[in-house]
Each structure stands twice: as structure tokens, then as C-alpha cells.
Design a protein around this ligand. Structure first.
Ligand SMILES: [Fe+2]
Length: 383
């Protein structure tokens, strides 16, 4: 089997990794830098030290902090125009997946022109973008190491992905110290998103022996530290394990892709504004239950990695323990347990399934084929 494997040029991972930012800015020789972030990051006071580090690298920096949660194509287009007109040479994305995805999108718009809407799909961006440095402040999205960016197409009420090698950042700086102030709810939702990346990419059709190493270790790290990170945000060891687990999950996601959990989650974001992390968390256990029989050995290894007692169990029993372990973890960290809690009712399911079915890029990577009826049945299970 031949498989490609991509990563950013450099990844700095670990406590104090942010110290490398000045040197990296200097290396690009950029005179003008745009820092793309959001109000939450500013409220947490994380932007000041980043601005300082960029200036220390010899650049003038301006800040765009108006990225909204689940960012729209309009926002990306606006930042792309700002970058073009302002003559910026380097973009730094600071925050969760939303600011990082906007920085990635705007960087390619700066050199390619047009609207980000023109590039939704796989490898449709003609030219390399401006260089980007991405700095996550949550442990979850993995956006700092992937070639994907997801945006809300408001008029169609859907979220679509732009996938291109040109979206890969040049530099990722993953510093767990930046996640210490992340509030419990966001820690929980983004942490489960990272777990989804690990589990979905591990069981994906495009999974390879190379991505499996990252995915399984990510499952181990996240499942053993998420509760501690949520309930005691100051637990630096838990934050470190989460940062590393999310990074590994991102690497696996970037190269093996994800599947039906994401496909069924996007319509919840598009139509009901449910955050990416919460919508994924709602669907993880029911989709695993559906997928389980298609690859029992892999699901059994997930159960083992999550610390379940698989010894002496049949393969099927062991695999089912993975579903149970995920359900308990999601419940423990306080994420909504049903679609009704996020405003979905029985009458909405048919439309959600129609929307989910359009996510062919993701569904074709799911280990088990899904019909419209299968999709509806999974939604009903968590209604
Ligand atoms: Fe995700």
C-alpha cells in the first residue's frame, strides 16, 4: 500500500513552546503580520504575549479579533481582502479551530483571489498561500496540523470543507500553558472533538499503519486526561496530555480523514448552530455502535486503549466496550445527551439526513456504508 503523509514544516509541542514564535516570525522576514483571533481569546488575555512575541521577531502586527464561532465564508472573504489590501506577509492564527481556519482560508485568498466559496472541495486551490503560523488555545480541533478548513455557508445552511495541501500551516506551536484558562465547557467539547478525530481516523477507510500509531496513542492520552482537564483546569499534566493527544489526533485526521460522526454533525451546526464539539460528541457513541460490527478488532483496540477490561472477552464484547466507554466519558464531562436538548425534534430528522447524505467526502471514508435510513436511525437514537 502506498500512502502520503503530510505535516506542517515545523511543530513545536510542549510546555513553553510559544517561546519559539519570535524566531519563527524573524525567519519569515515578514514586515507586516496579521494576527487572527477572537473575543474569547482576548477576554482570556492570551493575545498580548503573542503580539509581543511577533513584535520581538521584528514585525509590525495588527489584530483581527472578530472571528465568530463556526465562522462563515463572509468572514474569511473579509479577512482575505484585508490581507491583500493591507500588504501583510504572514498570518498568525490564535485560538480554537475558528480563528485558525479563518487564518488558513485568508492566507490562500491573499494569493489566489476570489471567494473561499470557490474552493470548497478537494484540492481546488491553484497556488500556495501566504505562510501561516497557527497557535491553538484549546486542545481539540487539530486545525493547526491539518490541510482542512471548515466554514458555514449561511445561505445554504450547511458547513463545507476546503481541503488543500496549501492550507497546511508552515508552523504549528502547541503550548499547553495556553490552554490552562480554557473554560470547562469548551475543554469538554473540544476534547471530545479530538477523541472523535482519533476514533474516526483510526477506523476510517483511508487509515494506514502510519496514522494508526498516532490515532491509538491519541485515544489513550485523551481518554485518560479529559476528565481531569475539565474538572481541574489548572492540572497542567492533564492539559499537557490533552494538548499532545489532540495534536496526535490531528495528525491522524489530516492523513486518514474522518467519517460519519462529522458528516452527521455538520447539519446540526448548519441548521441549529450547535457547536462543532457538541454536535460531534452527541453523535460519537451512536455512530460507533453502527460502525462497530464493520471492524471489530479495531473497536476492541479502542476499548483497550480507553482502559476497558477487554481480557477474556469475545472480540464483539470487547468492541462494544468502546461504545460504552465513550458514552460514559461524554456523560461525565457534561455534554448534552440528546438532540432535543439542542433544539432538534422528530420532524427535523428527515431534513438533517438529507443534508448529512451530501457529505460524501466524509461518508465515503466511513468504515460502514450508510443509507439515508441508516442516517435517520442514528439521529433517532440520540433524539
Ligand atoms: Fe472535528
Amino acid at each position: 500500500m502506498v500512502f502520503p503523509f503530510r505535516l506542517p514544516e515545523v511543530v513545536y509541542m510542549g510546555r513553553g513552546a510559544l517561546e519559539n514564535l519570535s524566531r519563527e516570525v524573524e525567519r519569515f522576514g515578514a514586515g507586516r503580520v496579521l494576527l487572527v483571533t477572537d473575543a474569547g481569546v482576548q477576554a482570556a488575555g492570551l493575545d498580548g504575549q503573542v503580539v509581543e512575541a511577533i513584535e520581538k521577531g521584528g514585525a509590525r502586527v495588527e489584530v483581527f479579533a472578530e472571528v465568530e464561532p463556526e465562522p462563515s465564508t463572509e468572514t474569511v472573504d473579509k479577512v482575505g481582502q484585508l490581507v491583500r489590501e493591507g500588504g501583510y506577509q504572514l498570518l498568525v492564527g490564535l485560538g480554537g479551530g475558528s480563528p485558525m481556519d479563518v487564518a488558513k482560508g485568508a492566507a490562500v485568498l491573499a494569493t489566489n483571489g476570489g471567494s473561499i466559496r470557490d474552493y470548497a472541495g478537494i484540492e481546488l486551490i491553484p497556488r500556495e498561500g501566504l505562510p501561516t503560523i497557527l497557535i491553538p488555545t484549546t486542545a481539540g480541533t487539530g486545525s493547526e496540523v491539518t490541510q482542512n478548513a471548515i466554514f458555514a455557508f449561511k445561505d445554504e445552511k450547511v458547513k463545507k470543507g476546503v481541503v488543500s495541501r496549501y492550507l497546511l500551516p508552515k508552523v504549528a506551536i502547541i503550548d499547553p500553558l495556553l490552554t490552562l484558562s480554557c473554560p470547562p465547557k469548551i475543554t469538554a467539547a473540544s476534547g471530545v472533538d479530538a477523541l472523535v478525530h482519533a476514533i474516526e481516523s483510526y477506523t476510517a477507510r483511508r487509515a494506514t499503519p502510519h496514522t494508526d500509531i498516532y490515532a491509538l496513542e491519541a485515544v489513550r492520552l485523551i481518554s485518560s486526561s479529559l476528565r481531569a482537564a475539565v474538572f481541574n483546569g489548572g492540572d497542567l499534566e492533564a492539559r499537557e496530555k490533552m494538548a499532545m493527544g489532540s495534536f496526535f489526533a490531528g495528525v491522524s485526521l489530516a492523513n486518514a480523514g474522518v467519517g460519519a460522526v462529522h458528516a452527521l454533525a455538520y447539519p446540526l451546526g448548519g441548521r441549529f448552530g450547535v457547536s462543532h464539539g457538541v454536535s460531534n460528541a452527541l453523535l460519537l457513541a451512536p455512530v460507533m455502535e453502527f460502525n462497530c460490527v464493520s471492524s471489530l478488532p479495531k473497536f476492541a483496540r479502542i476499548a483497550e486503549a480507553m482502559g476497558e477490561p477487554v481480557g477474556g472477552k469475545s472480540l464483539r464484547e470487547a468492541a462494544m466496550l468502546a461504545v460504552k466507554a465513550v458514552r460514559e466519558l461524554v456523560q461525565d464531562v457534561g455534554i448534552p445527551q440528546s438532540l432535543r436538548e439542542v433544539g432538534v425534534s422528530e420532524e427535523d430528522i428527515a431534513q438533517l439526513a438529507v443534508d448529512a447524505e451530501k457529505q460524501t467526502r466524509l461518508l465515503s471514508n466511513n468504515p460502514r456504508a450508510m443509507t439515508r435510513e441508516d442516517i435517520e436511525a442514528v439521529y433517532r437514537k440520540v433524539l
